[in-house]
Design a protein around this ligand. Structure first.
Ligand code: DAH
Length: 357
């Protein structure tokens, strides 16, 4: 019995894993193991022999079982230690690498403008970038001989000889969407139309493609006062300041009567723009009361309805708000520029959540 004990305790001590331990258990204290065989021999013994051998065998069995249990626990501890050493994680590392793409300032500003006007009940309308010269000019009270056509540096689509379709242009402003929206929705309505426009011009404040946002509100008794309030609310929200002075300067646009260009009070101290303070004025948009001829062209009766309209350069207000010096860089697709001036893709501009954060 001492030999058995010695043999198994040595084997157990030397076992390297649970499978080996199980093999040892079966050989020692399993149903057909050596201890069980010994137990069977008890039957052939005298009662006196049995009285000694019985308890001794039980003690041996218990000793082997507890050695097995202890070894099993030790093996499990060692396995856990090894796993803990292997599987570690530096929780101070960023969970995910930063997204590589950024939102272009023009997209950002378009979203900001949309969020502000949406709060005032304006929905977004869109029109084609290639449009007929009727929508781009005539319907907006700019007839063929009008000097505004020449001033706009229009891109005309090429027409083969004998092609009698109406002339098409790359739209020179978003104002044609006014006409298309009047046709589609009728009065009353309140819309803005952001989008790309084209003019043959190129220097550090002009690119052949740029962006505008048009505004149009038509109702029974809309006045310049409504226009002024809407624009003040817009400017405060957009530049994220509590108050601004707006200056309405008499101007002329063929599609509005009266017409006004709107300036905002600002300062350029130290080369950076501050809106709402200082002694300088900055022109930001053109506006006015929609000309009766324009309403008529859109199929709306000017005897019953009137409205205001405005047009603003998106690229220009983006440059002003975010201190971007050269317009041409907007369209260079330079990744360093995009990373510098771009916006995080998950920050949707909202009025309550903060527009630009
Ligand atoms: N369409 C004009 C432009 O591109 C801007 C403009 C001025 C739009 C006055 C308007 C407006 O709707 O009322 O220069």
């Amino acid at each position: 019995m001492d030999d058995l004990k010695q043999k198994y305790l040595t084997q157990i001590a030397g076992a390297g894993d649970e499978a080996t331990l199980e093999t040892i258990r079966l050989a020692a204290v399993g149903k057909k193991g050596e201890v069980a065989l010994k137990m069977r021999e008890l039957g052939g013994m005298t009662p006196e022999e049995r009285q000694v051998a019985g308890p001794a065998l039980n003690a041996l069995k218990n000793e082997i079982n507890s050695a097995l249990a202890a070894k099993k626990a030790a093996l499990a501890d060692a396995a856990l230690d090894a796993r803990l050493r292997e599987e570690w994680l530096d929780v101070t590392l960023p969970a995910r690498s930063r997204p590589r793409g950024t939102i272009h300032p023009i997209s950002q500003v378009t979203e900001e403008v949309t969020a502000i006007f949406a709060e005032m009940g304006f929905s977004v309308a869109e029109g084609p970038r290639i449009d007929t010269d009727w929508y781009n000019f005539d319907a907006l009270n700019i007839p063929g001989h009008h000097p505004a056509r020449a001033e706009m540096d229009t891109f005309y689509m090429h027409r083969a000889e004998g092609d009698n379709r109406p002339p098409h242009v790359l739209r020179t402003h978003t104002s044609p969407v006014q006409i298309r929206s009047m046709e589609a929705m009728g009065a009353p309505m309140r819309i803005i139309c952001p989008g790309g426009v084209y003019r043959a011009d190129y220097d550090h404040t002009h690119t052949p493609m740029f962006h505008q946002v048009e505004g149009l509100a038509i109702d029974r008794d809309i006045s310049m006062a409504n226009l002024k309030w809407v624009l003040e609310e817009f400017v405060k929200a957009f530049f994220e300041v509590d108050g601004v002075d707006l200056r309405f300067r008499a101007s002329h646009f063929p599609f509005t009567e009266p017409s006004a260009e709107v300036d905002i009070r600002c300062s350029w101290e130290g080369g950076t723009l501050k809106v709402g303070e200082g002694d300088d004025w900055l022109e930001i948009l053109g506006s006015g009361m929609v000309h009766p001829k324009v309403l008529k062209a859109g199929g709306i009766d000017p005897e019953s309805w009137q409205g205001f309209a405005f047009g603003m350069g998106i690229d220009r207000i983006a440059m002003l708000k975010y201190g971007i010096p050269d317009l041409r860089a907007f369209f260079d697709s330079d990744l360093r520029w995009l990373r510098h001036y771009g916006f995080a893709s998950l920050d949707q501009p909202t009025l309550h959540g903060g527009l630009s954060r």
